[in-house]
Ligand binder design. Structure first.
Ligand code: CAA
Length: 383
């Protein structure tokens, strides 16, 4: 565990999240993965624990924790089940955060308490079939008609899409302005004109839904716009800056689970008359796994502390996500290697960790996008 001193509250969050993960999530994680089952009962209990709106202030129905506490909880939950970590992180980082940060008082009062207490689940709709890394070229349009905006278009890769009640949706209100013509809306999923399309059959995080969503003449009250017309791209970027720290924490949790399983297995498994943990080749793998995980956790915590202190942290959140996700992929590959043939079967959890790790290099900005962000900021900083 890390050397950084946690506050009493952060330590308490870690303890509660760890106990809940061990007792309630770990026992069912593998089955839910195999059955592609959305863990509704677990999500309900996470709401009861106050984990679905962790940094939303109490006056809006949230738990009022700092961002580092939230990040610690995501790591612990993802250590048991990365799918549950993804569901939780979308609701917290990608839905509650933009509504709290950019919503007006009426919007906050109307939506936050439902999202934090489990009455509603949120999803975030930015990506489109032909606009993933380049969201400014989105094709979804929102046209103002009287007191409404009318949405038309297709969104994809929507985590929680099948279960969500509420969405933060990005649409172009002026296509000639590219990123400056993007606007953000709060959309009730039960609105007329919203259709859930194909649910993706994925490599990992199989206990989450990943949906295509279509808007066909979907009327949204103009009062549901977040910020002003044209603010959407900056709202999306700001939201993803925070979200990426959550994905970094998810990756750290997956990697932590993989090293723990690997060490326990290596101490039990015998070859050539000894437990394989005695072999230096294997010890060196464990040493590198432990070091990379610790470095990832520290980058992740640093980005969270920077967000808490109100400064600019785009570069730090990109670094944390880049390094932690590539670490999770690397560590889970080694974990399978340590388990040998057994690690390649579904009798052990390391193959699930390996499959789950891969998404952390892709969603909320690919590793290539994180490198773009880091390079851009670094080139600006060093003159
Ligand atoms: N915060 C605030 N503003 C920002 C910003 C940030 N982090 N980053 C950029 N901006 C602003 C810029 O300052 C610029 O403002 P001006 O026009 O006023 O100068 C404006 O936004 C446009 O910036 P860029 O020219 O840099 O924009 P770009 O089109 O070149 O894109 C990018 C930059 C970093 C590549 C960005 O498009 C990006 O992050 N792409 C990846 C998108 C992504 O992460 N998608 C994931 C979707 S969510 C998901 O995964 C689904 C799920 O359910 C989990």
């Amino acid at each position: 565990m890390s050397m950084v001193n946690l506050t009493e509250e952060q330590g308490m969050v870690r303890k509660i999240a760890r106990e809940f993960s061990e007792n309630e999530i770990k026992p069912v994680a593998s089955e839910n993965d195999k059955n592609h089952k959305f863990p509704k009962d677990i999500v309900d209990k996470l709401s009861e624990l106050g984990f679905m709106g962790m940094v939303v202030p109490e006056e809006y129905g949230g738990s009022g924790f700092d961002y580092l506490s939230y990040i610690i909880a995501i790591e612990e939950i993802s250590r048991a089940c990365a799918s549950t970590g993804a569901i939780m992180s979308v609701n917290n980082s990608l839905v509650c955060d933009p509504i709290y940060t950019f919503g007006n008082e009426e919007q906050k009062r109307a939506y936050l308490a439902d999202l934090t207490t489990g009455k509603k689940l949120g999803c975030f709709m930015l990506s489109e079939p032909e606009a993933g890394s380049d969201p400014a070229s989105m094709n979804t349009r929102a046209v103002k008609k009287g007191k409404n905006y009318v949405l038309n278009g297709a969104k994809c890769w929507i985590t929680n899409g099948a279960e969500a009640d509420l969405a933060v949706v990005f649409a172009s209100t002026d296509a000639t302005k590219r990123n400056k013509g993007v606007s953000a809306f709060i959309v009730e999923m039960k609105s007329t004109g919203v259709t859930i399309g194909k649910l993706e059959d994925k490599l990992g995080i199989k206990a989450t839904s990943t949906a295509q969503v279509y808007f066909e003449d979907c009327k949204i009250p103009a009062t549901n716009m977040l910020g002003e017309e044209g603010d959407g791209f900056k709202i999306a970027m700001h939201t993803l800056d925070g979200g990426r720290i959550g994905i970094a924490a998810q990756a750290v949790g997956i990697a932590q689970a993989a090293i723990e399983d690997s060490v326990r297995y290596a101490k039990e498994r015998k070859a050539f008359g000894r437990a394989i943990s005695n072999f230096q080749g294997l010890q060196f793998m464990i040493a590198d796994m432990a070091t990379r995980i610790e470095a990832s956790r520290l980058l992740t915590w640093q980005a969270a502390v920077m967000k808490d202190s109100g400064g600019k942290y785009s570069k730090n959140s990109a670094m944390a996500k880049l390094y932690a996700s590539e670490t999770a992929m690397w560590v889970t590959t080694k974990a399978i290697q340590i388990h040998g043939g057994f690690g390649y079967t579904t009798d052990y959890s390391v193959e699930r960790y390996f499959r789950d790790a891969k998404i952390t290099e892709i969603y909320e900005g690919t590793s290539e996008i994180q490198r773009n962000v880091i390079a851009r900021e670094t080139l600006k900083e060093i003159q």
